[in-house]
Design a protein around this ligand. Structure first.
Ligand SMILES: N[C@@H](CCC(=O)N[C@@H](CS)C(=O)NCC(=O)O)C(=O)O
Length: 335
């Protein structure tokens, strides 16, 4: 059985007998060594045909300017690129962040804790401009060796404790204050399941769908198809859960909602990647109901303003060092 594809594909293209199953026995199309660019589909099974536009070399090398958005900050190595200490404020918690969905999770959490009366959750929020490479400064890398926001330094004990990864930060804060995380049993398991669902799922939404739909230098049908399908599948997972349950972990609002809302709430409102129409987000009525309910929480409204450097000037609080900053230090007030 010949499973090789011709370099030039006749129109309409029918792939060789045995199809992808036969092909997989030879290690492709899943193998990275198979050429990528998509031109046509098989008339029978709609599988993609490929051409020889790109053949991976034997050894990958870094093309600094690959044309993609964020190419200026992406690199294949870790560690600091320059010396720069981080500022430290007066509060027990020091947050170094930016109001992307991953950053907003933590500022909403801190504002919720303060609203619940936990004075120990007072925090200084310092702005990390990731497009300028602030995450590669030596001070930031010492708090998060992964060089990504958000990063937290908990200075409430005898020794500062660093916490990175937004899910770990939410869990650290929930356990520290005994709040927004069920104490045990099935409710705690459900909460942690949705929290970790978010941590595992969002990279397919952001790094997969968002990257290829909005940021890649060219539109690749295969990649956009694959990740649009996954984004819609994830929305359906949430929609089905929220059809049966007010919040993700049950009747109570928890860190699971705080983790999921900034990503999937924004997506279902058409605020991520300008993809609302493309993904038919109106189909997910239960996610919309849940999104709108959380958006009305005062802590959620405050949290999304912190470390925000875009949008209406009145919605941007670049740094937060005091509760009164929301009234006095937004960009419209400082102008
Ligand atoms: N899994 C991490 C993801 C954090 C992340 O991807 N942060 C992005 C902004 S949303 C970032 O700092 N990117 C800068 C970079 O990649 O250099 C978390 O949840 O904390």
């Amino acid at each position: 059985m010949d499973t090789s594809l011709p370099d030039t594909v006749p129109e309409p293209y029918t792939h060789p007998a045995g199809g992808w199953n036969g092909a997989s026995a030879r290690g492709w199309p899943w193998s990275a060594r198979r050429p990528h660019a998509v031109r046509q589909r098989c008339v029978h099974c709609r599988a993609m045909a490929t051409t020889n536009d790109y053949t991976p070399p034997r050894v990958w090398t870094w093309n600094r300017d690959n044309g993609g958005r964020f190419a200026n900050i992406n690199r294949p190595t870790a560690g600091a690129t320059h010396d720069r200490e981080l500022p430290v404020g007066k509060h027990p918690l020091q947050l170094y962040s930016l109001a992307t969905p991953n950053g907003v999770k933590v500022t909403v959490m801190l504002e919720e804790l303060l609203a619940l009366g936990h004075a120990g959750a007072e925090y200084d929020a310092w702005l990390i401009r990731i497009n300028d490479g602030d995450q590669f400064g030596s001070g930031f890398v010492a708090v998060n060796p992964n060089s990504k926001i958000p990063a937290l330094l908990d200075r409430s004990g005898p020794e500062p404790v660093r916490v990175f990864e937004s899910g770990a930060i939410l869990l650290h804060l929930a356990e520290k204050f005994g709040a927004l995380l069920p104490e045990g049993g099935a409710a705690r398991a459900e909460c942690l399941s949705w929290l970790f669902w978010q941590m595992g799922s969002a990279p397919f939404l952001g790094g997969g769908f968002g990257h290829f739909y909005a940021y890649a230098p060219a539109k690749f049908e295969y990649a956009i198809d694959r990740y649009a399908m996954e984004a819609k599948r994830q929305l359906d997972v949430l929609n089905r859960r929220l059809a049966d349950s007010r919040y993700l972990a049950g009747d109570a609002y928890t860190i699971a909602d705080i983790a999921v809302w900034p990503w999937y709430g924004a997506l279902v409102k058409g605020q991520l990647y300008e993809a609302g129409e493309f993904l038919s987000v109106h189909e997910y009525g239960h996610v919309l109901r849940w999104t709108d309910e959380i958006a009305q929480r005062p802590a959620a409204r405050r949290g999304r303003m912190v470390n925000r450097t875009w949008g209406q000037p009145s919605s941007q609080l670049h740094e937060r060092h005091d509760a009164t900053d929301f009234d006095t230090r937004t960009q419209d007030k400082l102008a």
